[in-house]
Design a protein around this ligand. Sequence first.
Ligand code: OAD
Ligand code: ZN
Length: 237
Amino acid sequence: MPPTLPISPTDRVFILCGAGVSAESGIPTFRGVGGLWQNFRIEEVASPEAWYRDPRMVWEFYSMRRRAASTAKPNPAHFALAKLENTLQDRLFVCTQNVDRLHELAGSKNVIHMHGELFKSRCDTCSRAPFADTNVYDPPAEVPRCKCGGRIRPHICWFGEMPFELDRIYEALDGCTVFLAVGTSGVVHPAASFVDHVAGRARTIYVGPESPENASSFAECYLGKAGQVLPNLFSVL
Ligand code: OAD
Ligand code: ZN
């Protein structure tokens, strides 16, 4: 078990979450045993090229993920982060790579979804804002259309696309004194290089059951499951 992590009244905490945070809620991670990328090829289901080549296959993949995530419940890691937000308010910045809504279901109000949101869709042509969408679009049904004639696509950052809210994210990274990454394998950029952006200036900590690819960038690594470590990690002074 890691020592507790004291948070002083002047600390500003940046938390980067990865798929491991939702693993204990039954949502599969991407890499490793049982990971989604063992059964699907990224370039066939999660890229702009896939969308233009075969949008129905892309919807089949995201429909499956909507189905799997629709009954998932937050775990103690999500609740710990919601509680921390309650205490630290705007001194906490949670940036998740996860597209599920488990942070929100646990009570978090300010979570940046840098890779998008599974239960939102948007038009692939016009600038209509992303909208809530829990539908599953299974082939052979047609891909849904926007009023403008464009196709409705998942509101997800695909490989080759720019993550969302990077301006706010780098502003928060610049101002943080504590940087904690949880449950992320440290291979997908730019998220995997956030730690290098703050190194030397902020306290850097990793929590997860195994060392991430970018472990050498962290000053401290604590091995353990998010749902077991996070509820006892923070000690707000
Ligand atoms: P990965 O699947 O790459 O890594 C999941 C990490 O979670 C691994 O390091 C596991 O050791 C760890 N893990 C497993 N169970 C855990 C637990 N109970 N508690 C804590 N950690 C646990 O997922 P990400 O790093 O999030 O992008 O992947 C990053 C991005 O790659 C995703 O957002 C997604 C994916 O392709 C897009 O779809 C754009
Ligand atoms: Zn449109």
